[in-house]
Design a protein around this ligand. Structure first.
Ligand SMILES: Cc1cc2nc3c(=O)[nH]c(=O)nc-3n(C[C@H](O)[C@H](O)[C@H](O)COP(=O)(O)OP(=O)(O)OC[C@H]3O[C@@H](n4cnc5c(N)ncnc54)[C@H](O)[C@@H]3O)c2cc1C
Length: 454
């Protein structure tokens, strides 16, 4: 149900900060296991707010990019997402080319991926959507259908639930812990409609889950404390670092092959053998706008005596995690006294050359098998890369508290009751759109919290 202002004593099993796909999935899953949840959402039920004005953007993506991709409303950024769903590949969890491994494997997530498919109204078979296509490459189509808008789809479930209490228009602006930094004891929140600050005491058994999105998670865990001590949750000093996006390249290549596919069916990725042999980062070639009327298709048709089809290709790719790409706080504060974030995100030469290498290998494979051709559009690759609104890595997961922020259970190292949900925990991003993995991790976290509190 929706409530107006939280009580100062915290009688809930779990406090979830943020009501995007991660927060709503976690909250409803906990409620289904008879746990009580208090969920905070900065935004309103319906009116969308892009709430980061003043944020600074350095690098390949400017301020508008980050504003447009951090939506403040019930359901978070799912209000504008496109609904493309895909799992990470097995090698994304431990790809030597990235220099960092996840502390979990794909197999740990597969049962949760299947459950997550249901949350976004997809068939669980999307988890296995991969088949060989040409030497070195597999077909990995996205699941693409009407995007689930979490705040609309799950509004009634939240309203009816006696277990989940949702406070709208309320930002959590700071966390305080005990002296030994093992337990979060209070959360400070600002209620926008009344302009009042509330202090919430966290009960000894309660859990806090920060689920404010890739920027929002870092923003909260970087907020300075009045006593000048290290912000709660940033004992590693790594919060905000290793920010990753998925570089997007529109019209980056033309592909001509002897197969007809509908738009978005021909979606290709290097297979494991090629990825290992050539040290590739993740990337996918998305072949769009099929036509038989193209000079190169005509030429190959005449030469081979069968029809050829021309596609315009977009690509999405992986960024190497780098400590220099990061979310940081600017000196500017909002009405709640919350320091606004700035972002630095630079695509490196390795990220771009990886796309070129993948396209070149695809072209060579097509020529060797007599199947077709690839033409790279250099300008689109090296000068026009954009982002996808996939904000990852800012509270990375790992075994060691000196090199990561959360452990394999998404618990902030050293804390008993502080957790993070969302793509900020991804140590690497692969190329797959992140939300299905965010949901799988949220379901896995829910199981963990239920087990711990039983
Ligand atoms: C244009 C666009 C297209 C996209 N398309 C796809 C796609 O096709 N496939 C895909 O997988 N992904 C896509 N994404 C990404 C997808 O939207 C995100 O991965 C997903 O929404 C992240 O979920 P989240 O719950 O972690 O965070 P968010 O959805 O960002 O939600 C976070 C919520 O927390 C709230 N919040 C933040 N801080 C606080 C605080 N301190 N106190 C209280 N509340 C707080 C915010 O207001 C927000 O409502 C797209 C994104 C955009 C912008």
């Amino acid at each position: 149900m929706f409530i107006s202002v939280p009580a100062s004593t915290h009688p809930y099993d779990c406090c979830v900060i943020g009501s995007g796909p991660a927060g709503i999935t976690l909250a409803l899953e906990l409620a289904g296991a008879n746990r009580t949840v208090l969920m905070f959402e900065t935004g309103a039920a319906r009116d969308v707010r892009e709430d980061m004005p003043g944020a600074v953007g350095f690098g390949h993506l400017d301020v508008d990019h980050w504003n447009r991709h951090s939506i403040r409303v019930l359901g978070g950024t799912s209000r504008v997402w496109s609904g493309r769903c895909l799992t990470l590949m097995e090698r994304d969890f431990d790809n030597p080319a990235t220099g960092v491994a996840w502390p979990i494997a794909r197999a740990d997530l597969v049962p949760y991926y299947r459950r997550a498919a249901g949350v976004v109204e997809r068939d669980p078979s999307i988890v296995d959507a991969e088949r060989p296509w040409c030497p070195g490459f597999v077909l990995r189509p996205f699941s693409q259908r009407a995007p689930t808008r979490f705040g609309l789809k799950y509004f009634d479930a939240l309203e009816r639930s006696s277990k989940v209490h949702v406070v709208l228009g309320c930002s959590v602006v700071g966390l305080d812990a005990n002296a030994s930094r093992t337990v979060v004891e209070t959360a400070n929140c600002f209620h926008h409609p009344t302009g009042r600050m509330h202090r919430l005491d966290v009960g000894p058994r309660s859990r806090i889950v920060v689920a404010g999105g890739g920027l929002g998670n870092a923003q909260l865990l970087l907020q300075p404390r009045s006593d000048g001590a290290v912000p709660v949750g940033n004992e590693s000093g790594l919060v905000g670092r290793f920010l990753m996006e998925h570089p997007h390249f529109h019209g980056v290549a033309e592909l001509v092959v002897d197969e007809a596919h509908d738009s978005n069916e021909l979606v290709l990725a290097a297979n494991d053998e090629y990825a290992t042999r050539y040290g590739l980062l993740g990337s996918t070639v998305i072949c769009e706008r099929p036509t038989t009327h193209h000079p190169l298709a005509d030429h190959l048709a005449r030469e081979h005596g069968r029809p050829f089809h021309h596609y315009t290709c977009a690509m999405m790719s992986e960024m190497l995690p780098s400590a220099g790409n990061r979310v940081f706080l600017t000196g500017e504060r909002d009405a709640a006294g919350f320091y606004r974030p700035g972002v630095r995100c630079v695509f490196g030469a390795r990220d771009l050359v990886n796309v070129e290498t993948t396209l070149r290998l695809l072209g060579e494979s097509l020529i060797a098998s007599g199947k077709g051709r690839v033409r790279i559009v250099n300008d689109r690759l090296y000068r026009r890369a954009g982002g996808g609104g996939h904000i990852m890595g800012t509270t990375r997961m790992g075994h060691d508290g000196s090199t990561s922020v959360v452990d394999r259970h998404c618990r902030v190292h050293g804390y008993r009751n502080l957790f993070v949900a969302g793509s900020s925990v991804f140590p690497t991003g692969g190329y797959a759109n992140p939300t299905l993995t965010i949901l799988a991790l949220a379901l896995r976290l829910a199981d963990r919290l239920v087990a711990e509190q039983s």
